[in-house]
Design a protein around this ligand. Structure first.
Ligand SMILES: Cc1cc2nc3c(=O)[nH]c(=O)nc-3n(C[C@H](O)[C@H](O)[C@H](O)COP(=O)(O)O)c2cc1C
Length: 556
């Protein structure tokens, strides 16, 4: 086991090195895009029965503020078709259609590298809300078809099976599974695509957690189930040979989230997963997955290999991280509804290069990335923070421009200090809340660096700040290579928090997947290659593109 596993760990590290962008050599990609075979951004299952979901987000009044404060401010919704629909509408659902010239494309609540959206969502539910009634849902496994906001019924439990199936769930608990179709990203980004898919999963995890918070629900990531079992439970296939049909692109299982209303006794479904897999596996599966591209001009075997190498077996190691209580997040003015904020989130494409951010706004944005017990989205992770933003602050009023680090887990400060440039100052930042472990490393102007290190993207220098997310590849990666995916998921979650908090502050963010890895390492004087930057982000005051027009996400 350990020989094979440590071989896998080596392959992960080799992949990481290989997929770095260097100043004169980008990670291998297709070069020219094969537009005729651009992947369909929507997976659907032809022939699967379709269940309409109501659109309810417009009527949801709970504010963004309320989500971050003690339970009781957010009414707890019963679990039924209406509320599951709201959960999906506010996490993986469309947020708008954009139109420019002859093109029209959809945006979603969850962002995605290149807007290619490799992440798919499934729900695994007991019978709820009275089965066939308006708010009911039959026991089974469903794929979320975001384009039309409906569920495709993949596996319906017959009358003989549903009793056993329902008995496996605690009352009002259900599962949401995420999967990735790597081809969607590989088509454009080649070998680096595997990283982007994992970041997108991280964004989707946090999107689900925030959406659940608007309904008064709690969410946990189940870390034990084997990837293969998750695939069998959701009815997806990594081989691309879907139930005898050789056409559909491979779809990789990522993870299961367990969801239940706040206040319900938490009954971990992990011990029931094997029985759910067995029952689901008795089939039949309904519907035939669509093919996304007619032809695949180029294949990216390294991306497939990474999916294979980071596949997780049943993992009995249970991590239990309890974050220390921190003062509540600072209240924001106004009662902007969370549902509005979530759907107005966009990636900025251009920033006002003269605008600045108020320092109180910066504290709040950074503070929202700190885990607090029972607060979205960090309460769903069973591990201590492993991703540490290193900020290039350009224009924040009252904060000297320069390099800063947010030690999201103060226990890691010494390790970070040992890994980064020995000349860094590690000064506590004047005026920041006492509990925020923000340190000044080096004053200076970093706009030019941000621009060059972000593949010459103006947003990185014109924003008020740009940051790199530094993580440590732990020694255990050799034995448990799937930790690589988890690090990226956490980075994606940080990105999602930054997007939403920037929006709430009246500014805007953009994820940056295109950056020069080792160039950033040099900037921060990294002395150990165990530490790596895995995702970047910029935020500022957006300049809107007046040429684009917007249409509502769904016709009512
Ligand atoms: C992992 C990831 C990497 C991204 N990298 C970049 C980037 O390097 N440059 C950029 O302009 N936008 C980047 N984006 C933003 C996407 O292009 C954007 O999310 C997508 O077009 C959908 O638009 P929306 O975020 O407004 O919904 C990235 C987004 C994600 C999630």
């Amino acid at each position: 086991m350990s020989g094979r596993a440590s071989g896998s760990g080596q392959r992960v590290l080799a992949y990481h090195e290989h997929s770095k962008h260097q100043p004169h050599r980008f990670a291998p990609g297709p070069g020219q895009l094969d537009w005729a075979n651009q992947p369909d951004p929507f997976r659907s299952y032809d022939g699967a029965p379709r269940i309409r979901l109501p659109l309810v987000a417009d009527g949801m009044k709970v504010s963004w503020n309320d989500l971050h404060h003690p339970a009781g401010r957010v009414p707890v919704w019963p679990v039924d078709r209406v509320s599951v629909g709201a959960l999906l509408e506010l996490s993986l659902g469309l947020s708008a259609w954009k139109v420019h010239g002859g093109s029209r494309w959809a945006l979603r609540c969850n962002p995605s590298s290149g807007n290619l959206h490799p992440t798919e969502g499934y729900v695994v539910v007991p019978g709820m809300g009275g089965g066939g009634r308006e708010n009911g849902l039959e026991a089974g496994v469903y794929h979320y078809f975001s384009r039309d906001h409906l569920l495709e019924q993949r596996r319906v439990l017959g009358s003989g099976e549903s009793e056993a199936w329902n008995a496996l769930f605690a009352p009002d608990h259900f599962l949401l599974g995420l999967t990735s179709i790597h081809w969607r990203e590989a088509w454009k980004y080649g070998d680096r695509a595997y990283r982007y898919c994992q970041l997108d999963v991280g964004h989707a995890i946090a999107a689900v957690r925030y959406a659940a918070a608007t309904l008064g629900w709690q969410v946990r990531l189940l870390t034990a189930p084997a990837t293969r079992d998750i695939a069998r439970l959701l009815g997806v296939t990594a081989s691309g040979v879907a139930f005898g049909l050789p056409d559909a692109e491979p779809e990789q299982a990522d993870l299961l989230l367990q969801i239940a209303p706040m206040g319900a006794d938490w009954v971990e479904l992990t011990p029931k997963v094997a029985s759910l897999v067995e029952l689901a596996g008795q089939g039949p599966w309904l519907g035939r997955p669509n093919r996304l591209s007619r032809r695949h001009g180029m294949e990216w075997p390294l991306v497939d290999e990474m999916a294979e190498v980071t596949r997780q077996p049943w993992c009995a190691i249970s991590e239990a991280f309890a974050s220390a209580p921190l003062p509540e997040l600072a209240e924001r003015d106004g009662a902007l509804s969370a549902a509005t904020l979530i759907r107005q989130r966009r990636s900025a494409q251009q920033f006002d290069a003269n605008a600045s951010l108020d320092r109180e706004a910066l504290w709040r944005i950074l503070d929202a990335t700190m885990p607090r017990p029972g607060r979205a989205p960090w309460d769903l992770l069973p591990w201590a923070p492993r991703v540490f933003p290193v900020l290039m602050i350009h224009r924040v009023s009252g904060v000297e421009p320069g390099l800063y680090l947010l030690a999201r887990d103060p226990d890691r400060i010494e390790a970070l200090r040992g890994a980064l440039d020995g000349a860094f100052r590690w000064d506590p930042v004047a005026g920041a809340p006492d509990h925020l472990p923000l340190f000044g490393l080096r004053p200076g102007a970093f706009q030019e660096s941000a621009y060059w290190l972000s593949c010459q993207q103006d947003i990185a220098s014109d924003g008020v700040l740009t940051l790199g997310m530094v993580t440590e590849f732990p020694a255990e990666l050799a034995l448990y290579p799937w930790i690589y995916r988890q690090l990226y998921w956490e980075a994606g979650m940080v990105g999602q928090t930054l997007y939403l908090e920037a929006e709430a502050a009246g500014h805007r963010g953009t994820g940056i997947g295109c950056f020069l890895d080792d160039g950033f390492h040099q900037l921060i004087g990294l002395r150990s290659d165990r530490f790596q930057t895995i995702y970047h982000f910029t935020l500022g005051t957006p300049i809107l593109d007046a040429r684009l027009s917007s249409e509502p996400p769904y016709r009512v």
